[in-house]
Design a binder for this molecule. Sequence first.
Ligand SMILES: *Cc1c(COP(=O)(O)O)cnc(C)c1O
Length: 398
Amino acid sequence: MTDTAPAPLPTAPASAAQRDAHLPLNRRRLIAPGPVEVEPRVLLELAQPQMHHRAPEGVETLQEARRKLALLLGAPYDAVITTSSGTGAFEGALVSLTPEGGRVVNAQAGKFSERWGEMARRLGYDTSIVARPWGDVLDPEEVADAARDAHTLLITHSETSTGALHDLEAVTKAAKALNPDLIVIADCVTSYGVAELRPAEWSVDAIVSGSQKGTATPPGLGFVLFSPEVQARMVKDTGRGFYLDLTRELKGQKAGNTPQTPAINLISALSLALDRLLAVPLEVLWAEKRRQADALIAAGEALGAPTWAPRTTPAVAVLRPPAPLTGRQVSARLAEMGQRALPGQAPHEDAVFRVSTLGYADRYDALGIAGMLEDAFASLGARFTRGAAVRAAWEALG
Ligand SMILES: *Cc1c(COP(=O)(O)O)cnc(C)c1O
């Protein structure tokens, strides 16, 4: 028996900040198109005792990860893992597949695709641009015509800045019909492991991605997957760059070693993350990510926030908020709610906001995001029928 009265129940919190104060800071949820949420056991893998990359277990780890990266592509391509983000991998692919002074055509319609044109120019290539306005999709015939006498075509499959999914198959086929020797390098940073991607059938020569997007691993690794055919055409001495000489790197990695020290801990974590993605057939993986994106898009439509692009990527929903709301306001309000979304990329910060189930996220995350969008929009004064976005998302999930 004790004579102390039980502690009174806490009173209702005064604010959302107070309500959530007990949550650790890292409870902030990433709903941006990279870096993405990471499976806990993948994070824990980074805490394993340090292995040596030249010891048998290090070699085995590298080879396992490379094998699984090719499986995730569904094609007999050879993977090179770079210790860089996706941009470094892209630079390596470009210099390793294009001789000095070679003619490069860059197809662009957004922030990321613009980057590759600038990269090619700075690397001294004879660079020309075939552009569409942000939000548009590329026209296959227009790109093919521009790449008629090019050595290399740079194209972005899933344009994360606008939410467009370009028709990589149609563009590549049209371009190669006019120029059979063309080498096509595709930025698949947010489509690899996410959107339907059949490089062998579409004859795309090199696929580039990075660890912090669809493969749901911390940032720090880039990947290039080379077709068997293009490997015979790799530049022997790039003349530009040493660290990102992927001709040398591919030769080493095929033999189980890397010329430099790889981020072996990240590679080990990546290998675990790939196991989860490869647990279902690729078609199932792609269809589920498609449904999750469709749910976010349906939620946006219910709130008067339609997509920007006419052909949308499953990697991210890029939505135009109804005036007077701006993309920056919506993403700032989501941040106050503990959700890390993104506004548009400069100069379109206010035109759109971006939410995503890329990475370690499922259909219930999509439903949750629909609910958060309702809360964010309601608190910003938007008028809509409560529950409409959640219902629309639910229906889209099927
Ligand atoms: C994130 C992203 C990149 C850049 O990748 P980093 O890993 O940040 O270098 C390139 N292209 C697209 C489409 C992206 O989404």
